[in-house]
Design a protein around this ligand. Sequence first.
Ligand SMILES: O=c1ccn([C@@H]2O[C@H](COP(=O)(O)OP(=O)(O)O[C@H]3O[C@H](CO)[C@@H](O)[C@H](O)[C@H]3O)[C@@H](O)[C@H]2O)c(=O)[nH]1
Ligand SMILES: [Mn+2]
Length: 730
Amino acid sequence: MKLLMSDAYLPGALVLGHSLRDAGTKKKLAIAVVLEGLQASTITELKKVFDYVIPVERFTNKTPANLYLMNRPDLISSFTKINIWRFLQFRKIVYIDADAVALRAPDELFDLDVNFAAAPDVGWPDCFNSGVMVLTPNLGDFYSLLALAQRGVSFDGADQGLLNMHFRNWQRISFTYNVTPSGNYQYLPAFKHFGSSVSMVHFIGAEKPWLGDRDTGKDGAGPYDEFVGRWWSVYDRHYRTPTTDYYAGQAPAPPSRTVQQYVKGEKAEGSYGYSSVEPSPSTKERQRKAMGSYGYSSAEPPPTTKERQKTEKPGKKEKREKQEKPEESEELEELEEPGEPGEPGEPGEPEEPEELEKPEEPKKPREPTITVEEPLHGETGQSVSHTAQALAVPISTKQTHDRGEDLPGDRTFSPPKHSWDPARFPPPPDSRPEAANLPHPVYTMSQNRELFVAPPQGPPPKDLWYKIPEPVQAHDPPKPLFPWEATATAPSRVFPKAIPQTKVGAELGIPVKPFPKPQDQFGGSELAPGMTADHTIVSPVSPAFVPSIEPWETYTRSNAWDEDPNISRYITGIQQVRYGKVQVLVNDGVSGANATSQGRRGSNLITDFPSEIERPSLPVTPAPVRRPSFWNAERDEEGELPAAKGVPKQEDWDPVAKLEDLTRRTSEVLPKILGTEEGGAEGVKGQKRVIPNRILPGSSVRSLQTSREGEGGFGGSADAKSKGGTPTTS
Ligand SMILES: O=c1ccn([C@@H]2O[C@H](COP(=O)(O)OP(=O)(O)O[C@H]3O[C@H](CO)[C@@H](O)[C@H](O)[C@H]3O)[C@@H](O)[C@H]2O)c(=O)[nH]1
Ligand SMILES: [Mn+2]
């Protein structure tokens, strides 16, 4: 299993995967990916190589200070690596950093019966390097690691410090599984001695092979350069930009640029472009020699692999000792083994190597079986045979419309297929344009300046899906439902004939325009609303009928209901029948039996209200009934409220005497009021009435002057006095 958190590591992950397959691993290859950090095209490439591409959640170190101690702030998310302990669908996992390359397949690591195993770190061999780990997924370790990660417990701020603090009693595996050719320290004799047994090389540090010069190791400067050359060897085998061989039909199809864009050495080297020349046979030969020298057994590179390795590798690695590039960069990759039979997650998938032949992609060479003598845990002589492993899980990675074939003149449109997740990623750089498969590649604007005219309408097409409604036909009257309908007499009611409106207009003095004849859709004799029989239309100004004065003069204003005594009698009879002995308060005008003394006639008129005389007087204000008071029984007994002060008692009041007294006093007082005491009698009689000469405030000039003088201060000026009128008394 591998881990990929950024596109920049894609070349490493792919080269590692290819190197394992090329080395003949029989194990499943899986890779954990942090989706939000990756292009869709990256996933596409991964799926071509790996059996499982498993999304994981990114874990970030919240206290990354220790990362700066080793100058690797880019590893802030390396805690993500602990996700692999959650992958319970696998019985055992061999994790390998993405910056590693396999020289042989380390399948035997799956046979280790350990919970956790790793190789020593060259920087501090008491610690293990977390680039290659053998582990058994379990949630106990996962949550312990997660707790440490959340607290930021890691002496280097990254996963290696975290894991070494958790797995203190780790099982050691051979350094050959995780050779880190650090430039700082190279134990050359050891390289010489054990070099042929190296399984995997891990390019630790910030510098990765794909980020450097591909000519590194060209001169065979030392172990590091030599291993870098091995990395390029695998890369070129699978991703090197094709030469003219491809166009001559002798080479596999060109690989996607997806991978190459992240490979600096690929871009830098002009000789590796599309125009590059085929490598010389001598170069190929050198490369094969170099591969052989690294324990690839005698495996011949596949015939289809036209590798061109610029890195010149002398057959003898002993010769390369000059360079010591401080390369610490290595990335771990992990081989993963599927779960055991019966375990969840891998239904029907053979766990142990089966001799199934995998239908490999054409460009992918089939790797020969290799046999390697590999020391394991200090044991030696263990022989393991590897064959290419079958892929039981088909992963569709083929893009049906990658690029190349398109843009002919006439095509049928089909919506673009979903080749990437637009919700998460921008379009991949090599994606096709959205309108790439429109029916016509070029559309031009219309230059026509004519107004649109609908095409002439012919008969309705015959293939219409609906039935055109038939014209309405006059139909027979419905069959009678009730017996009396058969014997019904013909209606005798007759409506007057319509008068030609022209004639009406002439009589009324209204000009009437003849209306054009209606079309046949009105049914011949049927008339449209507002039309008359002679197809004229009347102006809405006047009524459409002829008003005649005569009917109004002859019209009887009486009602036979009221006049005809038979009707009245009949009604009375009905009412008597209906109400029986109930008295009917209706006068019988005919018989006069119930006629009142006032001579009121009998009537059945509803509106025949009784006259004022007939109507008995109703008490409008009934006399108040005094009720006993619950609260004041005593006062009730007295019967009266206490009398007002000064008001005489009822029994003392003599109305006649009082009236006489009032008359007398009026005669005395009035003449005084009117100022006509002598003529008082006359005044009282109204013969000589005088309006009292009363001065109302503000109603006359004199009163104003009086008011001013009286106010003193206001009218007291000399001017006012000289002009002032007659002084008045105040
Ligand atoms: O941007 C990144 C960074 C890291 N990785 C993955 O994380 C791994 C670790 O990063 P790497 O650059 O390989 O670290 P090393 O240089 O190898 O550093 C050492 O220290 C790291 C932090 O403790 C450990 O993870 C390594 O195993 C150990 O070799 C890589 O291999 C990748 O799988 C990415 O995918 N994208
Ligand atoms: Mn690494």
